[in-house]
Design a protein around this ligand. Structure first.
Ligand code: ADE
Length: 420
């Protein structure tokens, strides 16, 4: 009998399975964890509701948790990020219930979150905190079962910290995003590459010689700026934080307010985590043919409502994931409905970098099972020894050796007497 699901088409399963296995080859750290989990079953009897982007990499995480003894269900963490063949394979080949359809409406998206919560989780695994916030708002009766949660992304961690500050958070959550082996690599190199991949797949434009405006200079946006620079674009960075703006200047980028960048830019990408970073008064100044996209978690960074109100007639879909808006006779192209372009028009971050992010997720779930009793309703980081071990395993898998401190060097570092 097939496990419960709400997916696009179960007949897509075989192609999905091949792609999941392809990704697996690039995830050696997660593989090592899966092999240990299969023997030790650290998650035996634990129900996990995961709300993540349904990708080949996530499928490998789900399989790892399952091998650890967990009873897992998966729902989408974004209406446009689901890979329908992966959803089909998880149901048909891995017997994991999945509730996710690429292009689902916001109403169906929340129905799927409800379906994920109906699993009565002991552990929540979130990407953006929609599962946890829905649980706290509408499904409080589930709180008794929960031992804790994990959170994948910057935006989710910001929301959880706001919940903790308001004393609204009712169980401990581990901020996987805050591990060094997550944000220094996934956010920077993963987002850098996959965002440009999404823009290129959607538009097939040449980046060399174009002006790319990157909103923000956090871990994600600096990755985007770096990759756009590497492909020959002229990069402009916009920021609100003086320190980050200074870093962008010293990294060689032009820095200016969005108001000044708006008439210059050919391609705009936002990755700030904040609302209306690209707004109506910016659209009013953009060139004919400007391309506007977002790589932040939620589709709030671009004020799409303003764009719609300014434009004459209905937007025209000129290619998959590209809509043309007519503003005062000029064309402005919005990519992927303003949703995260790397997952809407491409496949998200490559498996090799998700290997470390999802190693953190798997080990955070194990840590939660072992330590929940000693944790309060607050936001925690993955312990440093786990973070460092993931880095060590990744280097080992890559065949990279490093030096170790000699006893003399260790002694030197722990003393204060010796100076000039
Ligand atoms: N977030 C960004 N890229 C991802 C991927 N490939 N899988 C799951 N979550 C992601």
């Amino acid at each position: 009998m097939t496990v419960e699901h709400d997916i696009k088409n179960i007949d897509l399963a075989t192609g999905g399975r091949y792609r999941i296995e392809w990704a697996e080859q690039e995830m050696p750290v997660l593989r090592a964890i899966r092999e240990r989990f299969a023997k030790e079953k650290p998650l035996a009897g634990i129900r996990i509701s995961a709300c993540l982007h349904v990708t080949t990499e996530t499928a490998n995480l789900m399989h790892t948790l399952q091998m650890g003894g967990a009873d897992v269900v998966l729902c989408a963490s974004n209406p446009l990020s689901t890979q329908d063949d992966v959803a089909a394979s998880l149901v048909a080949n891995y017997e994991i219930p999945v509730y996710a359809i690429k292009g689902e409406s916001d109403a169906v998206y929340y129905e799927h979150i409800e379906a994920g919560l109906n699993h009565k989780p002991h552990i929540t695994m979130d990407d953006g905190a929609d599962l946890v916030s829905t649980l706290h708002k509408d499904r409080k009766e589930l709180l008794d079962n929960i031992i804790g949660g994990t959170e994948e992304t910057t935006t989710g961690v910001i929301r959880l910290k706001a919940m903790a500050k308001d004393k609204a958070l009712k169980f401990p959550v581990i901020a996987v995003n805050d591990s060094n082996t997550k944000h220094m690599f996934d956010n920077q190199y993963g987002t850098g590459q996959s965002t440009l991949d999404g823009i290129i797949r959607a538009t097939n434009i040449l980046l060399a010689g174009r002006t790319v405006v990157v909103a923000g200079y956090g871990w994600c946006s600096r990755g985007i700026a770096r990759r756009a620079d590497g492909m020959g674009a002229n990069v402009i960075v916009t920021e609100v934080d003086p320190l980050r703006a200074l870093e962008a200047v010293m990294d060689g980028y032009r820095v200016m307010p969005m108001e000044e960048a708006a008439p210059i830019g050919d391609i705009f990408v936002s990755a700030t985590g904040d609302i209306h970073v690209i707004d109506g008064h910016h659209f009013a100044k953009m060139k004919h043919g400007a391309i506007v996209s977002n790589s932040g978690h939620f589709n709030v960074e671009i004020n799409i409502k303003a764009l719609r109100e300014m434009s004459s007639g209905e937007p025209k879909r000129v290619r998959p994931f590209v809509e043309e808006y007519k503003v005062d006779g000029r064309s402005i192209y919005l990519l992927g409905e303003g949703r995260l372009i790397n997952l809407a028009a491409a496949e998200g971050h490559p498996a090799s970098v998700m290997d470390m992010s999802f190693a953190n997720q798997a080990l955070a779930a194990e840590y939660m099972v072992k330590n929940a009793d000693s944790l309060k309703a607050d936001v925690y980081v993955v312990p440093e020894d786990i973070d460092n071990e993931i880095a060590r395993l990744k280097l080992e898998a890559m065949g990279v050796k490093i030096d170790t401190l000699t006893p003399e060097q260790e002694a030197y570092l722990s003393q204060w007497q010796e100076g000039t």
